[in-house]
Design a protein around this ligand. Structure first.
Ligand SMILES: [Zn+2]
Length: 401
């Protein structure tokens, strides 16, 4: 029983020592957290932060530390046996472009900086846990593979964790997966939010706004497509969403554009609903082009619009069942620290193992946060220690101590 397992763990002297590490070293953990955040890690530019982790992982006594073929920094904490092997991870990348000011400011107990919570606090948790296990000389039965992953956000399309479970050297030996993403001490993400992302480009002959009026117009087609999409009746349950996140195209106010493009994000808690929304979206894009082409004036350019549709993101859905031992352990650990577990569905690094049937959950790394993915992002480390204690129990309960 998971409750008994948690009780047994908390009765163990070395586990208690590791647990105390988080309160005794709270200031150092927060200082290291700020240092992580101040190393820029824009999408596809995580290298500097990954190399910094290489040194830290070695300091924590991890073995076989390396930057793998995709850019993830991984290191093994070997137990008495290699298996069961649990991945303990957080993501290196932020959503913020190169050049963003990532200097950490302090206001009261809060730290403020882009990326301070998502996912610098998860990365800080990785190091705090590795240091605590090392300092307390906790021995485990199975092993832990610490992983700071690349490409969790946006266009990264989970490339780091895909590699870990694909071409990576540990791929076929991973028995369970835990990631920290953002703050909090209650949420247990055990369902993966599936998403599909497209870049759609309408292309035409272009022309002069007055003399070529009546030619097929890519910007107008884009408008027709968006108007159709936003009329889609999304269900509230299972929650299903769409977003036209970016539009581009055109050369000037009196020019018929040669092209117009949009980036669109489609999501659903349900794979079947996502498929329905996906089919609807692809149909309205075709219909928008057909309507725009049909509206051409006969005297004008006969060139019809063409559509280019690129799939720029595809995250599989999936689930670790609520009665799976990993989820039950997280529930018991959350209750143990005096909180109420909240089941959650989200898009995280856990999507990939869940879709492959490997037990996986994503937890908050303790503390509180707000305004993620904005320049006003903040993190409050109060409550971090119990979040890390919860994580420690889940980790040790999974690999055995
Ligand atoms: Zn994140």
């Amino acid at each position: 029983m998971p409750e008994q397992l948690v009780r047994d763990l908390t009765a163990d002297a070395s586990v208690r020592r590791a647990s105390r590490f988080f309160t005794e070293h709270a200031d150092e953990i927060t200082a290291e957290h700020a240092a992580i955040c101040e190393i820029p890690a824009p999408p596809f530019g995580e290298g500097e932060r990954a190399r910094w982790f290489l040194q830290r992982f070695r300091e924590c006594g991890l073995r076989e530390v390396e930057i793998d073929g995709e850019g993830n920094c991984v290191g093994l904490r070997r137990g008495r046996e290699l298996r069961p092997l649990l991945v303990v991870s957080a993501h290196l990348d932020t959503v913020f472009p190169e050049g963003t000011n990532v200097t950490v400011r302090r206001e009261g107990s809060r730290l403020l900086a882009p990326g301070i919570a998502d996912d610098s606090c998860g990365l800080a948790a990785l190091l705090a846990l590795a240091r605590a296990l090392d300092a307390a000389a906790v021995e485990t039965n199975g092993s832990l593979l610490f992983a700071a992953t690349v490409g969790e956000e946006g266009a990264g399309n989970l490339r780091g964790v895909r590699y870990l479970f694909g071409a990576g050297r540990w791929a076929n030996q991973i028995d369970a997966f835990l990631s920290f993403d953002g703050a909090g001490v209650e949420s247990i993400t055990h369902r993966a939010l599936g998403s599909r992302r497209y870049r759609v480009t309408f292309e035409g002959a272009g022309g002069h706004s007055w003399s070529d009026f009546g030619a097929a117009n890519p910007v107008h087609a884009l408008g027709r497509a968006i108007a159709r999409l936003v009329a889609y009746p999304t269900p509230d349950d299972p929650r299903t969403t769409f977003n036209v996140g970016r539009i581009a195209g055109g050369a000037g106010v009196n020019v018929i554009a040669r092209e117009a493009a949009m980036d669109v994000d489609l999501r659903s808690e349900s794979a079947a609903e996502l498929q329905r929304l996906d089919a609807f979206f692809r149909r309205v894009v075709r219909e928008a082009a057909d309507d725009e082409n049909a509206a051409r004036r006969p005297s004008q350019s006969a060139v019809p619009l063409t559509i280019k549709m690129e799939l720029i993101g595809d995250r599989p859905g999936g689930e670790t069942p609520p009665d799976a031992p990993l989820v039950q352990l997280a529930v018991a650990a959350t209750r143990h620290i005096g909180h109420r577990p909240q089941f959650d569905c989200s898009s995280t690094d856990s999507n990939i193992p869940m879709a492959q049937g490997v037990p996986a959950i994503t937890l908050g790394a303790g503390g509180a946060s707000g305004s993620s993915h904005t320049l006003q992002e903040w993190y409050d480390p109060r409550g971090r220690a119990i979040g890390l204690q919860r994580a420690l129990l889940v980790i040790l309960g999974t690999v055995g101590a």
